[in-house]
Ligand binder design. Sequence first.
Ligand SMILES: Nc1ncnc2c1ncn2[C@@H]1O[C@H](COP(=O)(O)OP(=O)(O)O)[C@@H](O)[C@H]1O
Ligand SMILES: [Mg+2]
Length: 272
Amino acid sequence: MERIKDAISKARETQGRSPDLGVRKAVRPVNKAHEADQEDISYSQTQVIELNTKHLEANRIITFDSEDPDAVAFDVLRTQVLSKMEENGWKTLGITSPSPECGKTVVSLNLALSIAKQTDKTALVADFDLRRPRISRYLGIHPEKSLFDVFNNDAEVQDVLINPSFPRLVVLPNNTPVKNSAETLMSKKAKALVQELRNRYQNRIVIFDLPPLMAGDDTIAFLPQVDCVLLVVASGETKPVEVKEARRQIQSNNLLGVVLNKANERQTHYYY
Ligand SMILES: Nc1ncnc2c1ncn2[C@@H]1O[C@H](COP(=O)(O)OP(=O)(O)O)[C@@H](O)[C@H]1O
Ligand SMILES: [Mg+2]
């Protein structure tokens, strides 16, 4: 962990800016998850699916429970991310990592849920890690159609969006790995979809759970389509040189921060 911290500080020094945000302090948030929603929720076409909280916890999706100490770290992350996004008028956030398995999907879902707990924001999380989609699995949902079908012109996006029984949270799942992931991510259809998701609601934050940078050049090519980026690195797994290279690659894409995930095996801690 120290080595990753050193690498992050070094990279920060060389770039002359400090995009890494710190999540250490516990701030107990007010649980607003079940307050009535004001304006944004008119999911007339969105399927509502009840989630199993035990399944979510087993998959490290914990921010629905504001009493969970790990949820607090995400609420702090949410506050910092939203503050930077609002400051800049940004609405779309890409989440990537140097290599697979760093925790992008876990961070994307927890962050989206944490944002949705705020009454003035809707969060939409989209499974754009086309080679290795995991959002449906982690949520325990089995929708008949998904993003795969949208890309194949077999469904419209509004038919595959899901409201997983938490107010103000919308999910765009993908059930089937896409073989030509790079071409699909760079397609006109994907571009139009990003714009549609971005523009449909005023108070919506859209999180794109993206492929890792090492998987190919499709992630880096996709990044200009999102307003800003979070980089997730795994303590004890991601090498400092990988962090440095990832930061070099995404520096022109408004890197919001680096989430140091898996910092403690027993708990889910997030450092910056
Ligand atoms: N903070 C954490 N501590 C321990 N394991 C974690 C943590 N975050 C994620 N994981 C586990 O690591 C694996 C990869 O996580 P995932 O979010 O699917 O990564 P990615 O989307 O980057 O490939 C999963 O088994 C997940 O449960
Ligand atoms: Mg993933």
